[in-house]
Ligand binder design. Structure first.
Ligand code: G6P
Length: 619
């Protein structure tokens, strides 16, 4: 979703801002803008619809000088994606320029109030209301910008990360956050002076400095050219900036020779999952150690129920987690769409454990769901990839995926990272509850440890997917079917394909096909079966027969050496044999590759599919 970049220091701001916007492109957006204060004290604003390249094109002949500036990529919420609605927005006085991520819920009331005071508006956005409100507060309270932001935000309902420039004070940058992340980078310029960077995540900052401060909710920060960083909360109490050293490396943000981040991230999965299980899964001692549950064993052992809240791909990994945790740890697990859960009045017992699964750790619905659960007394556990993210901070304990930054909008390595982490969680609880025999526990530990190698094998033995995928560019529909552990894989396979190729695809439990989707099957319909030799193999074989007799095109994911399903299929992808419960970690790979190659054959922008956002920070 929307992205923010800011800079103040000794360097030209424009190249840093534009580079930062490119780094944030992965979040998804439909317009972009930049604003700078030049040497003469002019506040220049440039905006363009479409990609950051279009903004650069527009700025080619423009005055983009200045050592202080803010920039933004906008994912439209209020008002269509055009240059008027794009950020930065200017105050009526022309003195302030503001960029904003999030949604101001009471913007209509505020707008009416400001109109009554003589303010007029040129855009449809909630953001313009914010900049006028701050301008109005500053004018009526005769205070500095830092104080005006603080006072104005008291009457704002909603979520925001904002950054502001003030034409009359080109020596300071002000920003604030509530419910939407903001990171301040502190570096040193060529003259040895402090310089400040701003990002809605750390990706625009990491190439300049690894020293960052994550602004906390309801904090307002003011950076000035003397190197001073002041942070206050809404009650005007000064906060000590908590400097953190970023662990992210620049290589992780580059394509590294791959044509797309998505393909790179698919191929990274074996290494990423090795990192994820490192120090957690111990094949020699046949042990699983999850530091996140060590101090909270009781909560998990006594849990009457586990509720997992998630959205999108994370919801699919949660469903696989449910199957595994129930089987291994013998505790009921419910998987909830966070967006539904938060607006019900769910029954939550004090001995429930609520787990949030979120790659970004910023998904607004997931965050709201766990906040609700906390109010009802549940213990909260977070499974996130982004270190220091809002959900990671809002939970009582948790486990990071450690799969490295995921840039492609369609989640791949984070998905398998979440699945393996949920398997670790299931094993760790099972160990405490003694719900598995030693023999079974050891076998599962050994098998899980081999999964990254088996993923590598899967990647290397399905290299023809690119040629095969080209045959499907004409398709308008796909069906994905699986049973048991592979039902969520079918859902995820369908989601991957529709997200990036824009081909309609549905995932179903294979047996449910008879209750509707089978009506769609004809010789034009590709049906993808996840049909490993384990589990309900014979039943899936029967389901394949049913599709075949209706002339559907069968694509199957089969265990290496399988001839039965392979013989019935128009095309097969192979995976190595593994325990039923771990098949999703392997079967997901050919489906990711299928989606990728169908989408690229159709000329789609796989890393930034239309309308989608990587981090959904609004509900
Ligand atoms: C967006 C992304 C998906 C992701 C979902 C949940 O829709 O495009 O890839 O699965 O949000 O995101 P989260 O960060 O909470 O896992």
């Amino acid at each position: 979703m929307c992205g923010i970049v800011g800079y103040m220091g000794g360097q030209d701001a424009y190249p840093i801002l534009v580079r930062g916007l490119h780094r944030l492109e992965y979040r998804g957006y439909d317009s972009a803008g930049v604003s700078l204060i030049n040497q003469a004290g002019n506040l220049n604003v440039y905006k363009a619809t479409g990609k950051v390249d279009a903004l650069e094109e527009k700025c080619r002949e423009a005055d983009t000088t200045g050592t202080i500036g803010i920039a933004h990529t906008r994912w439209a919420t209020h008002g269509e994606p055009n240059t008027v609605n794009a950020h930065p927005h200017l105050s009526q006085s022309g003195n302030l320029s503001l960029v904003h991520n999030g949604i101001i819920e009471n913007y209509k009331t505020l707008r009416a109030m400001l109109e009554g005071k003589g303010y007029s508006f040129c855009s449809d956005t909630d953001t313009e209301v914010l900049v006028q409100l701050i301008d109005y507060t500053q004018a009526t309270s005769r205070c500095d910008l830092f104080t005006a932001v603080q006072r104005a935000l008291k009457s704002v309902v909603g979520a925001y990360a904002i950054a502001l420039l003030e034409r009359s004070h080109p020596d300071r940058l002000v920003c604030a956050r509530k419910g939407s992340p903001l990171v301040i980078g502190v570096g040193t310029d060529a003259r040895g002076n402090k310089e400040f960077f701003l990002g809605s995540d750390a990706t625009p900052i990491v190439e300049y400095t690894n020293q960052v401060v994550y602004l906390k909710d309801e904090e307002i920060a003011c950076m000035d050219r003397s190197g001073q960083l002041d942070i206050v909360n809404m009650d005007d109490v000064h906060q000590t900036p908590e400097m953190i050293t970023l662990q992210m490396s620049l290589d992780e943000l580059e394509k590294g020779g791959y044509p797309h981040f998505m393909l790179k991230e698919i191929w990274e999965q074996p290494a990423a999952l090795r990192t994820c299980i490192k120090g957690r899964l111990h094949p020699a001692s046949k042990d699983v150690v999850l530091s996140g549950i060590i101090d909270h064993k009781d909560k998990f052992v006594k849990a009457r129920r586990i509720i997992i809240c998630a959205c999108g791909t994370s919801w699919h990994s949660a469903l696989i987690g449910k199957y595994f945790i129930e089987e291994a740890a013998q505790v009921p697990v419910e998987v909830e769409y966070a967006s539904e859960f938060r607006y019900r009045n769910p029954v939550i017992y004090p001995d429930d454990v609520v787990v949030a699964v979120s790659q970004s750790g910023e998904t607004a619905d997931t965050l709201a769901a766990i906040q609700l659960a906390e109010r009802k007394g549940a213990f909260l556990y977070g499974i996130c990839n982004v270190i220091g993210s809002s959900i990671a901070r809002a939970t009582h304990s948790g486990t990071y995926l450690h799969v490295g930054p995921e840039i492609g909008v369609a989640s791949t390595k984070a998905f398998t990272g979440q699945v393996i982490t949920l398997c670790l969680l299931g094993l760790a609880i099972a160990k405490e509850k003694h719900t598995l025999s030693d023999e079974m526990f050891h076998m599962l530990v050994d098998e899980l440890y081999q999964i990254p190698d088996k993923m590598q094998w899967t990647l290397e033995n399905n290299k023809d997917i690119d040629k095969f995928a080209q045959m499907f560019t004409y398709c308008r529909n796909f069906i994905f079917l699986g049973r048991g552990y592979n039902y969520p894989v079918a859902l995820e396979g369908a989601l991957k394909l529709k997200e990036i190729s824009y081909i309609h695809a549905e995932g179903y439990p294979a047996a449910e096909m008879k209750h509707g989707p089978i009506a769609l099957v004809d010789e034009e319909m590709p049906v993808v079966f996840i049909a490993p030799r384990r589990g309900m193999y014979d039943k899936v074989v029967s389901n394949i027969q049913e599709i075949k007799s209706r002339k559907g095109k069968i694509i199957s994911v089969v265990t290496e050496g399988d001839t039965t399903v392979a013989g019935m299929s128009d095309h097969t992808f192979v995976i190595p044999d593994t325990r039923d419960c771990f098949v999703p970690l392997l079967a997901a790979i050919p489906l990711q590759l299928l989606a990728y190659y169908v989408a690229t054959a159709k000329g789609r922008n796989v890393d930034q599919p239309r309308n989608l956002a990587k981090s959904v920070t609004v509900e």
